[in-house]
Design a protein around this ligand. Structure first.
Ligand code: SAM
Length: 250
């Protein structure tokens, strides 16, 4: 469970390989958002800007653009994995006014400029490398026009602690496999940065955003590989954090 030289826990080559089975994998936020939390955040962002332009950084297979692209005057899907982009282009063939850009989050402002009325970045800013994450947050701020919005989804540390507690109840001694160092958690074969509510708020503020909403996006226990019963979970579900931020005027 290493980190590549460039700071990625999952390299671009690995994401390219994952592209083949991404449709059936669990990390597609919009597809798994049964409570339609993201819908609500998009509606708020759309109300704030006329004829908005959206960029989805780390767009994966393009599910966000497929669902919401028609609501924007222009959409850009950016990802550093070419095969992801190819899949996204195919899945979004019927969505008008979309441009696809092969770029890392960090390089995206240089490639496309300060252009977004809405920037979207879902489960991408999770590298264990703090310096890389800082560059990525900065890029997110830079690419968003002053007065524009961002929607960021990230793994929750509080949720990860809940999952560990439930795993421990079901199979005593098993939850240790998750614990990494501090806020970096072992998840499957990768180590991923997880955020507390407070930390996420602070990171967004440092990147130049005022926090408008910070809410949970619940997902099923099976996505954590846990066969949990109601008696053990007491109705609780694991969740990601979703943040809607407004870019401060300069
Ligand atoms: C967990 S998936 C999320 C995909 C999509 N945002 C979603 O929620 O369904 C992460 C995606 O981000 C891309 N990615 C990871 N790190 C990146 C980076 N530094 N720059 C650009 N894309 C990146 C991967 O190739 C992958 O498509």
């Amino acid at each position: 469970m290493g980190v590549t030289k460039s700071g990625y826990a999952v390299s671009r080559a690995q994401w390219n390989r994952l592209a083949a089975r991404f449709n059936s994998s669990v990390c597609d936020i919009v597809a798994g958002d049964r409570d339609r939390v993201v819908d609500g955040l998009v509606e708020v962002a759309l109300k704030r800007r006329p004829r908005p332009v959206v960029i989805d950084l780390g767009c994966g297979m393009g599910t966000f653009i497929r669902r919401y692209g028609r609501r924007f005057s222009k959409s850009i899907g950016a990802d550093f994995a070419e095969r992801m982009l190819r899949g996204a282009r195919r899945r979004c063939a019927k969505v008008p006014r979309v441009r696809w850009v092969c770029s890392s989050v960090e390089e995206a402002p240089k490639r496309v400029g300060e252009m977004a009325d809405l920037s979207v970045c879902m489960n991408v800013l999770t590298s264990p490398d703090a310096a890389l994450r800082r560059r990525q947050w900065k890029a997110l701020g830079k690419i968003t026009k002053p007065g524009g919005c961002t929607i960021v989804v990230l793994p929750s540390l509080e949720s990860s602690e809940l999952v560990a507690q439930v795993e421990e109840k079901l199979r005593p001694g098993s939850s240790g496999a998750r614990s990494g160092d501090g806020t970096v958690v072992n998840r499957g074969k990768a180590r991923q940065k997880h955020y507390t509510r407070k930390e996420l708020r602070e990171a967004a503020e440092r990147a130049g955003f005022r926090v408008v909403k910070l809410v949970r996006v619940p997902y099923p226990w099976k996505d954590e590989g846990v066969e949990a019963t109601k008696t053990v979970t007491r109705g609780r579900q694991p969740w990601d954090w979703a943040l809607l931020g407004a870019r401060r005027e300069k």
